[in-house]
Design a protein around this ligand. Structure first.
Ligand SMILES: Cc1cc2nc3c(=O)[nH]c(=O)nc-3n(C[C@H](O)[C@H](O)[C@H](O)COP(=O)(O)O)c2cc1C
Length: 374
């Protein structure tokens, strides 16, 4: 079905196509009986897919990555499509618009996107209130991603920390977990917050207010391995629940898209399949540094059951998708969930963790990375 609709969507400007997709989900979001119908058609019910982590129960390991639903308007519809969690946002303390258009590009030859949106959102308070009002109807855990307002400089650091704290306070009643985003390439200086000696102040500020609400940090694929290690150490020390790996990359290495097109598109974060090998490596490293109890969410180029399984085998507890959802359409969570179920049938696994562990005969998080699908 989406194979028929995709050319239509792809004939639209990417930002417009996203707006159309969001509008088409509005009836599903707002009409409970319709949601039930969609859920029965799309969602895979297999108790073996359940993941328990951070004190939360995820019906399956496949979530929507941050940025798809920046204003928390379609959490219920996305759950009905079969996602096992939804990460909303990124929101900022101040409402803000997008960077000047064009700010979103498709690279079909690479099944990739480049964006430089820069956290357009209605503000943490408005989004927090919206999500809080709907949360009771959501059958899956809801994450909220918080970032730094564009108008707030990184120096003095106290101002930037206060900005994150304001967002955190605004969303805390709405979220089952909060992700602190220090890794978008589209907000000036944001990634400097990943430096361990800076990140530790941010983590401390937020953790003193967390009162049991799980907090994770989302990191960039462009960090060197020792920087991944360093931020994981700080996250662990501060008592964070885990890490989301990874955000988009500023690298343009190894793309099939022509150099001319890449130059024409310009700056921004690249997402989709080219990101997969690095995201996988960062997940593996984060798991090794954090140990088995932390929550690691793998995101970057996951596009089917095989790549999802590879992420899980590299040490992820949960995976997320964004770009492949755009390319593959609304059946994607179902396709991945069914693929994982079939794999469990074949392996005789009673739970996802058995599938991840039995294949290599070693415990979670220290497997050699499995290969991705072509
Ligand atoms: C258009 C677009 C907007 C995004 N916005 C955000 C965002 O607001 N916050 C965030 O943490 N990540 C954001 N991301 C990054 C995704 O959450 C994800 O980390 C990245 O795209 C890699 O996953 P993918 O290859 O499945 O797309 C965005 C990605 C895209 C394509």
């Amino acid at each position: 079905m989406y194979a028929l609709l995709r050319p239509l969507f792809f004939s639209l400007d990417p930002a417009r196509a996203h707006a159309v997709a969001m509008s088409s989900l509005a009836p599903v979001e707002h009409v409970a009986p319709l949601r039930a119908i969609v859920r029965s058609a799309f969602a895979v019910r297999d108790p073996r897919l359940e993941v328990r982590k951070m004190g939360l129960v995820f019906p399956n390991p496949i979530g929507v990555a941050a940025g798809f639903d920046k204003n928390g308007e379609r959490a219920l519809a996305l759950e009905a499509l079969g996602f096992g969690h939804v990460e909303l946002g990124t929101v900022t303390a101040e409402a803000q618009g997008p960077n000047p258009p064009p700010n979103l590009f498709r690279l079909p030859a690479d099944k990739a996107l480049v964006n430089r949106l820069g956290f357009p959102n209605e503000g943490a308070k408005v989004v927090g209130e919206r999500v809080r009002a709907r949360k009771a109807s959501a059958g899956v855990p809801i994450g909220l991603s918080i970032g730094k307002s564009r108008s707030v400089p990184l120096e003095p650091l106290d101002g930037a920390l206060a900005d994150y704290v304001a967002s955190f306070e605004a969303v805390r009643g709405a979220a089952d977990f909060v992700v602190v985003n220090v890794s978008s390439p589209n907000t000036k200086d944001l990634r400097a917050l990943q430096a361990a000696d800076v990140a530790k102040h941010l983590f401390t500020e937020l953790m003193t207010r967390a009162a049991g609400l799980p907090l994770l940090v989302k990191i960039a694929p462009d960090l060197a391995d020792d920087a991944v290690d360093a931020i994981c150490v700080e996250a662990d020390r501060a008592g964070l629940a885990g890490v989301v790996a990874t955000n988009t990359t500023i690298s343009r290495a190894g793309l099939a898209t022509s150099a001319d097109d890449i130059e024409r598109i310009g700056a921004g974060g690249l997402s989709g399949q080219p990101l997969f090998p690095r995201a996988l490596a960062v997940v593996k490293r984060a798991r090794q540094r954090l140990g088995p109890s932390a929550c690691v969410i793998g995101v970057g180029g996951v596009h089917g059951a095989e790549s999802a399984l590879a992420m899980l085998r590299a040490g992820a507890d949960l995976v997320q998708v964004y770009t492949s959802f755009v390319y593959e359409g609304p059946m994607l969570p179902r396709t991945i969930a069914r693929g994982l179920s079939k794999e469990m049938d074949a392996e005789g696994a009673k739970a996802l963790v058995d599938l991840v562990a039995t294949t290599h005969g070693v415990s979670h998080g220290v497997h050699p990375a499995a290969s991705a699908e072509a």
